[in-house]
Design a binder for this molecule. Sequence first.
Ligand code: FES
Length: 326
Amino acid sequence: MAFDPSALDLYRDPQVFERERRSIFAKTWQFFTLASDFARAGDYVSDTLAGFSIVVVRDAQGLLHGFHNVCPHRAGPLVGEGKGRCDRELVCKVHDWRFSFDGRLTTAPGFEGVAGFDAGAQHLFPIQVGVWRGFVFVNLDLAAASLGDLMKPLEDRLPAPIERPARLQHAHPVDCNWKIYVENYLDGSGVMEEAGPNYVELARTLTIEGEVVLHQSDDGRRAGAQWAWVWPNLAFSLYRGVLLIEHMKPKSAEVTEVKHIFLHEPEDVGVDAAVVASEEVTEDNAWICERIQQNLAAGVFTASAGRAPYERAVIWFRERVVRSLG
Ligand code: FES
């Protein structure tokens, strides 16, 4: 059955969010963490993406393996959320089933000699892991096109390799649908920049290449500034020598967690000002997005009045969402 956006509230309905989980977030490359988090064999990172609990672990050869953090016995968790290290195996926290780092079941206590139990048929639920420029991504769809294809428009635009120290990894909870936050980011009406006690709007040029939306500063004084958004919910902002990764993670139909990682040159003296300015802009954006969510819930607004040229990326994004759900 074709998806009819007029029949469901795209920004509030839990049924739409459930559909997005399956049709968008289970099929697209999602930013996960930094490759530097996997320095040693057994290092792992676990996180929840649109309700899917994920774990990525490094083996003795340096390969990264990704799985749903879900035991095939009775759905127990293998690890808690966050970073950690395990010895030589992943061990389920419920009944201690043990799995090698490539996902094979090695030990199932209590199942020795159980008729019909085939340990060789048991395996963790695998996902794809990709690394690009020192960033680790995951994709729940084993048949999805490569991460490299998706990131091609950024190959010549972001510095390579990106090996800057990271700091200020934190998350902003925002009470709005994830698409409202994305649309606010993609709106081409202007980027605000700190200028003394005030903010000024930066002129910029918008282009869409593949599934990447690129904004470039038109102001010659800000040569090298880049804003890039990658379908469906990731943004890179390169400005004043600081690279900000902004992951707009949906938690539910009406809650988004915006995760920020700032990467910068160690000797960069402008980093503090850039980070402070960025966080203030995020606070303002969160305030706007939460008010939009509340106004949609109020039921007064029914449809937008038209399409201005600066809304080109927003329209592209909406059509891309509907196409994914159809
Ligand atoms: S749920 Fe994992 S061992 Fe039972």
